[in-house]
Design a protein around this ligand. Structure first.
Ligand code: ME8
Length: 530
């Protein structure tokens, strides 16, 4: 399908610290961004999807020291793990897997820095304050508290902070308070959901301090470029890991090559709730300073909890994506994570909840309807698309509800309401199941075969459109359903994985099944989970 430049879409995930293995929380973010990317590709957008790993900083350095390996080794080893999970386990259709150790990323980050300096927003001073290595973040004294055992921790995140005193470059964040508030006022959709965006706004309203943006006490990072304004540091500085990390989104666009504006600005940054401040405050301020267009939107998803409990290594309840996918199948995991709770909210999972969704929604509502109608067609219509006669009000009512689904999903995906899109789609599926039960085609088989064919045709049309529409969430199963309906692949949901190629674009939405066309032998797509 041809795509025009204004129909382009650039979506990113946060880049994870590869200081450990990916967990289901990471997978959740990738699956959300992946569904978004697939939807846009199938809808005819020239889509670019960036994900990857954030490899520098003190946390990586300390983890490597504890493990007794070099930090480069740690980064390479775990980054490969993240990439493998994306490729082989989750079927993530990214276009580039960026690593902040990539050479072109160093060029981008340094150029961003130079432009901020040229704009007069970077100065050299001394930093003295509290730093949390776990959070890779500075805290003011009143954002910390001292525990009974004498350790000082950050109130917000509960992580240990250490006193840090060193020469540092600063970014004049304080100069951007009004500009940021103006951005939020004029772009109410800049970040979502609203309650998380409001937290960001309150933080900015309460006043911004300049931000320390370099470190001298370790060197695992991107070198600060030589000053163009005559500043002379007394030590070697590497960039604060968040300046380095955030600029990855620009690297993915090709910046500073002139052609970067063909991709930039990013349409959507998908991130978790713990890093909203970095994306909604620091990042737009850096870009404003450098004179670069701002991203259009930040969607802030919630955290996944295990039966309502925070996932943590010490509780031993961290779930690996591979474990889940092996147990339930990829499509079920994807469906569960996007259907069970809304993307902005925190969500809780349990074995019972995943199995419940699989059996009720996938095996019963979708799988059974497809299987029952297709096997009737095989037995009674010579395994070919049935021929519809005149449509009754009931037929037309169902077809109309199904037809409206594409516009509904488009609007829902525009605000990353995957939950709402699926909920509504399944409510129409429920209508289709009720229609099938009411019309009783198995009775019509004996009394009125012409009418039976109409009912079966209407049902298959319903399955066809719903399968088309849910490909971004259920790439494998929806693809198989479309195979069973004899529909040729014409689209590409993503460059990197097998289930992406061979997709059907939404351009086929207004086609319809051709009476008499031969169908393959039906087979069940969603066996029940026992
Ligand atoms: O923050 N549930 O990396 P990270 C849902 N390197 N999402 C979760 C989660 C959970 N239980 N735990 C983490 C970083 N996440 C930085 C990002 S971007 C320029 C740099 C999400 O490995 C988290 O919110 O700690 C973030 O969006 C992503 O996983 C990576 O987290």
């Amino acid at each position: 399908m041809s795509s025009t430049p204004d129909r382009r879409y650039y979506v990113t995930t946060a880049i994870a610290y590869p200081n450990g293995e990916p967990h289901i929380g990471h997978a959740y973010e990738y699956i959300g961004a992946d569904a978004m990317a697939r939807f846009k590709r199938l809808d005819g957008y020239n889509t670019y999807f960036l994900t990857g790993t954030d490899e520098h900083g003190q946390k990586m350095q300390q983890t490597a020291e504890k493990l007794g390996i070099t930090v480069a080794e740690l980064a390479a080893r775990n980054s490969a793990q993240f990439k493998r999970i994306d490729d082989e386990v989750l079927g993530i259709s990214y276009d580039r897997f960026i690593q902040t150790t990539d050479p072109d990323h160093h060029v981008t980050a340094q150029e961003l820095w130079r432009r901020m300096e040229a704009n007069g927003d970077i100065y050299l001073d001394r930093y003295a304050g509290w730093y949390s290595v776990r959070d890779e973040r500075f805290f003011t004294e009143d954002e910390t508290e001292v525990a009974e055992d004498g350790t000082r921790t950050a109130v917000e995140t509960g992580t240990e902070v250490t006193w840090t005193e060193e020469e540092s470059y600063f970014f004049r964040l304080s100069a951007y308070q009004d500009k940021l508030l103006e951005l939020y006022r004029t772009n109410p959709e800049f970040a979502a959901p609203r309650y998380r965006f409001n937290e960001v706004i309150r933080f900015v309203e309460s006043g911004l301090e300049d931000l320390s943006i370099s470190r001298t006490s370790f060197d695992w990072g991107i070198d600060v470029p030589e000053s163009s304004t005559g500043m002379t540091p007394s030590a070697h500085h590497v960039m604060y890991v968040w300046v380095d990390a955030l600029s990855n989104y620009l690297t993915g666009s090709g910046f500073p090559n002139e052609s970067y504006t063909q991709r930039w600005p990013a349409d959507l940054h998908v991130i978790g709730k713990d890093i909203s401040r970095f994306h909604c405050v620091f990042w737009p301020a850096f870009l404003m300073s450098a004179g670069i267009e701002l991203p259009r939107r930040v969607i802030i998803h919630g955290f996944l909890n295990n039966r309502g409990e925070k996932m943590s290594k010490s509780l031993g309840n961290v779930v690996g994506p591979e474990e889940w996918v092996n147990q339930y199948g990829l499509d079920t995991v994807r469906y569960f994570l996007l259907r069970e709770f809304s993307f902005g909210a925190d969500g809780s999972y349990s074995h019972e909840a995943v199995v419940g969704r699989h059996n009720a929604d996938l095996a019963n509502n979708l799988g059974n309807l497809a299987q029952r109608s297709l096997s009737m067609v095989a037995k009674n219509c010579n395994t070919a698309v049935p021929t519809p006669g005149e449509l009754t009000e009931a037929d037309q009512g169902l077809l109309d509800a199904v037809e409206a689904l594409l516009e509904h999903s488009r609007a829902a995906y525009e605000i990353q309401d995957f939950h709402g899109a699926l909920e509504h789609t399944w409510s129409v599926l429920a209508k289709a199941n009720a229609y099938f039960a009411d019309q009783q085609p198995w009775v019509l088989r004996k009394t009125d075969t012409a009418r039976m064919e109409t009912v079966l045709w209407v049902t298959l049309e319903t399955v066809r459109r719903i399968a088309l529409l849910v490909q971004p969430v259920l790439p494998t199963a929806a693809g198989r359903l479309l195979d069973l309906l004899g529909i040729d692949a014409d689209g590409d949901a993503g460059a990197t994985n097998a289930s992406g190629a061979g997709a059907r674009s939404f351009a086929a939405w207004n086609d319809s099944l051709v009476p008499g066309a031969a169908l393959p032998k039906p087979e069940p797509v969603f066996p029940r989970y026992e």
